[in-house]
Every structure is written in C-alpha cells, then in structure tokens.
Design a binder for this molecule. Structure first.
Ligand code: GLY
Ligand code: MN
Ligand code: MN
Length: 452
C-alpha cells in the first residue's frame, strides 16, 4: 500500500490575488511592534464527537495577514537584529507521507480529510517562507530571550512553547483587530461579492415563500444556505429566519416556527465568500406580500431611522453619530405614538427608547460579522469614520409579545432593516442597495415575477 503512488506535487502554483495586499498588512503590523516576536496562530480543529469535527474556521487575523485558511498554522514575525523590521514566515502542516501509519489511520490525515498543500506549494501561493509546524515548539523555545507576544486561545501547544505576558498578548490582539478597521480595495471587492450573493439568496427566499408557508422557517434557512454554499464558503453567521413574534428575538436561530400569511418575516442573513468575508443584511417582509397598516407604520419608522443613520455616516463623523441619529428618530416616533411619554430629546438622552430598539444600530463588517470587536475603544466605538470602513446600519423596533405597556396590536411585531455601508472619500455607498428597502419597493418586489 505504501508504494506505487504518482508524484502529485503542484509546480504551477501562482500567488493569490490577495498576496500583495496581505504583504502590506504584515508591514503595517511590523512597524507597531519593533524588536518583538509576534505569533498569530490559525487555530485547531474542534472535536464535535469522537472522530468528527466542526467545520474549521481559521482565526480572522491569521487570514488577514496571510490570505491563508489552513488549520494548525501560524504566522511568525521574527525581529531582525538591530530592530529593523521583521523576517516573517509561516508554520504549516505539510502533506502526509504515505510512508507513515498516520496517513492511513489518523482521522485528520489527507486520506480522511483531503489533500493539503506541500510547504513548497504554500510558499508559491502565499509568498512567504514556510516551515513545518511540528518543528515550531522546539524552534520557538530555542530562543527564550526574544520578547514575544502571541494571540492566546487558538493554539495551546504554541502558547506553551513561549513565555509571554497576558496583557501584552491582549495588546497584540487589539492591534490586529484595529488593523482591519479600514478595508483595502481587494477586501472591499470581496465584501461586494458577499453582498451580491446575499441579494441573490434573499431573492431565492422570496421566490420560495409559498413552500416556506407550507413548511416552516427551516425552508427559508435551507434556501438561503443553498445559495451561500453554492456561491461562497457558507453563511457568515447563523441565519435569523424569524416569522411572526420570533422577529422580536434578536438572534432567533432555531428557525423552526411556522410562516403565516398576515405576519412579518424578519430575515437576517449573509453569505461568506470563499475568502471568508461576510455580508450582514436584514429585510423584514410581509409574508402575504403587503403590509397591514400598523406593520407599515412601524416599518416606515424603522426605514426613516435607517435613512437618518445612513445620512450620518461620512468620513470624519464620530462612529457614534449614526447610532444616535437613528435612535433619536425612533425615540421621537415612540413618543408620537404614545408608547413613551415626555420630551423626545429627553427620552433619547435617557435611552428610554431602548425598551423597543434593543440592540446597537450597527457594527463594523469584514472577515467577522461583528468585525474588529477587539479593537481599542478609541479607534472603534470612540473613534472617527474613515474611507474604507464598512459597517452595518440596522435600526429596529421590537414589541415583545408579553409587553403590557403597549397596545395589544403592537405586541409580537419586530422590524429590522440592515444594510452594509462603505465609507467613501466623500460619503457612503450602500453595498446592499440591490435589495428593495422602502415599504413600497418591498411590496413591488414581492409582487414582481423577477422577485417572486
Ligand atoms: N446578524 C447579526 C447582526 O445583525 O448583527
Ligand atoms: Mn448586523
Ligand atoms: Mn444582521
């Protein structure tokens, strides 16, 4: 069994389109940590049960710095003598040899899980020197005097091989997260692809609404997932397919409820590209095709709040501005409807509207759906918008079914509208503008043969 196999080494591998962009991202990280060794692991397979594993998802900062998605890998920045930059290499798991028992019996070997790249192939593909990860612990521990930082929580063996300080490691994670706040042109292109696939996934759902009515929210989840797997890697987060009162549950992912005409369907879903960039879009649709008067009243308020939010997104604006603009608008509406009392500005300042708006109005978007979450407060939530940032604007109003403070007809209605907004040099571009947004547009879309 161990002999008689062809040489399958690929010698025609070309660098990824992303390789020069990844090189610039590494250079930007390098200048932040002169004289220090940096270790950014990709992560390990997670056991689901016995010899079954969850689908592997590499740590986003590793993907950002390398363009690679391999498990059991790490990017290592070795400081050059004299503090002048870093020599950067990857540790990777090379191909299995059929000469080993591991190839035949190890449940994570190529025989069982598919071909990996050789180290030489990885060098051609990624444009970096590549070494065997199985040598990493010995090589890293051989120079204990090198000041080192590692991102914790992804590779216990590498963490054990080096001596680091938790606070300084957290600063590395923070820096990696902050490095992703402004997307380069290639990343923006990937996010456009993610959004375009997502638009097609939403259209699939509208086309198949009759089957969903005859079955359940699961049909909607499956319909969107099919598009995500066909055109991308997967969904970027668990799809929220929330019909009726489920729409008032912020992250309803069970998706096992009925889909009833006369109610609303809140669909929050995003395709993740093959390169792992995700969209994050929400539309709230009248299942029968037209909004009832109260549904439309609430929908229109959320739409106007979103308009106010999007208008507040611009380079130089405080990150919090779009959130405040949308929240202020909804506070005014809730007072106008008699659901909250007092001066609308005071209601907004006290945050009383949050009983019905629940969540923040948006977040950064990229390799992670809630991207850059570890970035420093000063550069993210306390920071200023810059061209190249991509964020969601997603106001919502949610009236819980058991909220006795609102008239009965409001209870169980939830509306969110979420779009993916690119900050440009002079304003914004709505990347998800391909989906109808106003109530009239949504109704027309659902009635049109193209949509339905
Ligand atoms: N899909 C989760 C969110 O909108 O943030
Ligand atoms: Mn979102
Ligand atoms: Mn969402």
């Amino acid at each position: 069994m161990r002999t008689g196999w062809a040489d399958t080494e690929r010698r025609d591998v070309r660098p990824t389109e992303q390789a020069p962009y990844a090189a610039r991202r590494r250079a930007a990280l390098s200048v932040m940590f002169p004289g220090e060794r940096l270790i950014v692991p990709s992560g390990k397979l997670k056991v689901r049960s016995n010899d079954s594993h969850y689908p592997f998802r590499p740590y986003s900062a590793y993907v950002h710095l390398t363009g690679d998605q391999a498990r059991d890998s790490a990017a290592v920045f070795e400081p050059r003598e004299g503090g002048d930059g870093h020599d950067i290499h990857l540790y990777l798991l090379p191909r299995d040899s059929r000469d080993t028992d591991e190839f035949w019996t190890g449940m994570t070997s190529e025989l069982w899980m598919g071909r990996r790249r050789s180290l030489a192939e990885s060098e051609l593909l990624l444009g970096l020197p590549c070494r065997d990860i199985r040598d990493a612990a010995a090589e890293l521990s051989a120079t204990p005097g090198t000041p080192t930082r590692i991102v914790r929580g992804h590779d216990p063996a590498l963490e054990a091989a080096v001596t680091t300080d938790a606070e300084r490691d957290a600063e590395l994670e923070e820096a990696l997260s902050g490095l992703r706040l402004v997307k380069d042109d290639w990343e923006i292109g990937e996010l456009c692809k993610a959004v375009d696939s997502t638009v097609r996934g939403f259209t699939d759902v509208v086309r198949e609404l009759a089957t969903a009515i005859a079955t359940s929210e699961r049909w909607i989840e499956g319909t969107f997932f099919r598009r995500a797997r066909l055109e991308g890697n997967a969904v970027g987060y668990g799809s929220i397919c929330a019909a009726g009162a489920h729409a008032t549950i912020m992250h309803w992912e069970q998706n096992d409820g009925p889909v009833r005409p006369g109610e609303l369907l809140l669909l929050d879903a995003g395709v993740e590209t093959h390169t792992l960039y995700t969209a994050d879009v929400t539309r709230t649709l009248p299942i029968s095709g037209t909004f009832a008067p109260l549904q439309r009243q609430i929908y229109d308020a959320v739409y106007e709040a979103q308009e106010a939010g999007i208008a507040a997104v611009k380079p130089g604006a405080a990150y919090r501005d779009f959130h405040d603009a949308a929240q202020r608008y909804m506070a005014g509406k809730l007072v106008e409807w008699g659901l909250l009392e007092g001066d609308p500005e005071r209601v907004f300042e006290l945050g009383l509207q949050r009983r019905f708006t629940m969540a923040g109005t948006g977040h950064m978007l990229g390799l992670d759906v809630h991207d850059c979450a570890a970035a420093r407060t000063e550069t993210y939530v306390g920071g200023v918008l810059e061209p190249g940032m991509v964020l969601t604007v997603e106001p919502g109003l949610y009236f819980q079914p058991d909220d006795l403070t609102v008239p009965e007809e409001y209870r169980g209605i939830g509306v969110r509208i979420e779009d993916d907004i690119l900050v440009t040099a002079d304003g914004t571009e709505n990347l998800s503008a391909g989906l109808p947004r106003s109530a009239d547009e949504v109704e027309a879309w659902m009635a049109s043969p193209a949509g339905a």
